[in-house]
Design a protein around this ligand. Structure first.
Ligand code: GLU
Length: 385
């Protein structure tokens, strides 16, 4: 047992467990034994005062099995229809399994646009906290039947990372069908080694995550590591572990060496900053020079027109926009005070010239992109959009 793991996991009482399709399904559709086993473990800890929120995949896989399809579905309407068939079945299985322990479950289906709207985001947060107060176990999935590309989380690894912010969880456990993150693709010819602790998500760590999705789930290891970047930036420890292993939750929560633990970043973002950085989708990019980059990262200063090299995208006042350096690396993200066309006109100029160029408009928002709440200085490396 590792002291470090124990000390990190000791305070974790609000736990988000993401369960992937590869864990929940077997050759015969939903794997009832595995689900019951995980539910037994969750129920046991719930009775000890732990609170759980589950992000569960498995709707599409369950629907595919129920319909007797042998091939994996290709088109979006087919997947959405399969999710409509499977989601109810998935919930029934959870509800029965938790019911044996006297626990009640609640279904929460979300799309990305539910979280990018601040009001809806806050409503979801209130609903989840009420469910937790009632001792109900919320089971979240993407609302697959209505999701289209623009409003999709993409995969449940990302959904779980976004949910970490709403539930204020203090641990995220991502259960999948491998042991964790290996230093190279474990299916490849060369010998691979399980990485048990990640203190910082470096380029090597990202490279280690194979981009190949597993056969049942959507994301593969790459999306789990992108999710790890977000979750740890929010100050939450994150574990990837094998969900089919007997007693896995007990192993994790008692600090046993299992899976890959990503340590939370010491300096982490507050909820609203996290929401801007990771939940809102950028509407454009502002390329900034070295001086502006230094002012933002090292001096915590605002973005001024003099440091702007170019603008990309078509965005309006208040839209989320990413600042990139001249090599295209994302360094900050925030809500802009000027539209893309106005920024294009004042780029490279001294602040004093804004009024001259933009005329009256300058009076509307005299601060340009200066207010620190508008351009949030993340200081964290943002994952790719
Ligand atoms: N929402 C999908 C489902 O329930 C799963 C997405 C994923 O596996 O990441 O089938």
């Amino acid at each position: 047992m590792s002291e470090e793991r124990i000390s990190i996991l000791k305070g974790a009482k609000r736990i988000l467990v993401k369960i992937g399709s590869g864990v929940l399904t077997g050759d015969d559709g939903l794997d009832l034994d595995i689900i019951e086993h995980l539910v037994d473990e969750i129920s046991e800890y719930s009775k000890k005062g732990f609170h759980f929120v589950i992000v569960s995949s498995g709707a599409i896989a369950s629907g595919v099995h129920r319909m007797g399809f042998k091939e994996s579905l290709k088109s979006l309407p087919q997947k959405q229809a399969a999710a409509a068939v499977g989601q109810g079945r998935l919930m029934r299985v959870y509800s029965n399994a938790f019911g044996r322990h006297g626990l009640v479950t609640a279904q929460v289906l979300l799309t990305m646009s539910d979280l990018t709207d601040r009001q809806r985001f806050l409503n979801i947060r209130n609903t989840l906290s009420t469910l937790t107060e009632w001792g109900v176990v919320p089971i979240i999935n993407e609302n697959d039947t209505v999701s289209v590309d623009e409003i999709k989380f993409g995969d449940n690894d990302n959904l779980a990372a976004m949910t970490a912010n709403i539930t204020e969880a203090n641990l995220l456990i991502n259960l999948t069908n491998t042991e964790g993150l290996y230093d190279r693709d474990p299916r490849g010819p060369e010998k691979s080694r399980l990485i048990s602790l990640v203190t910082e998500i470096t380029d090597e760590i990202e490279a280690a995550a194979s981009s190949e999705a597993d056969t049942v789930g959507m994301g593969g290891m790459k999306s789990k590591v992108i999710a790890a970047r977000k979750v740890t930036a929010f100050g939450i420890p994150y574990i990837i572990a094998h969900g089919k292993k007997t007693g896995i939750l007990n192993d994790i929560l008692s600090g046993r060496e299992t899976g890959t633990l990503f340590l939370p970043m010491a300096q982490h973002m507050k909820s609203k900053k996290y929401w801007i950085a990771f939940t809102l989708r950028s509407r454009g990019k502002i390329c900034i020079d070295k001086g502006a980059k230094d002012a933002i990262i090292n001096q915590g200063r605002s973005l001024l027109p003099s440091g702007i090299v170019s603008v990309e995208g078509d965005f309006r006042v208040g839209d989320p926009v990413t600042c990139v350096d001249v090599n295209g690396v994302s360094i900050a993200k925030g809500l802009v005070n000027y539209s893309s066309s106005d920024i294009d006109r004042i780029k490279g100029l001294k602040t004093s010239r804004i009024e001259q160029v933009l005329g009256d408009k300058q009076n509307v928002m005299p601060d340009l992109i200066r207010h620190p709440e508008h351009i949030e200085i993340t200081g964290f490396r943002l994952p790719p959009e």
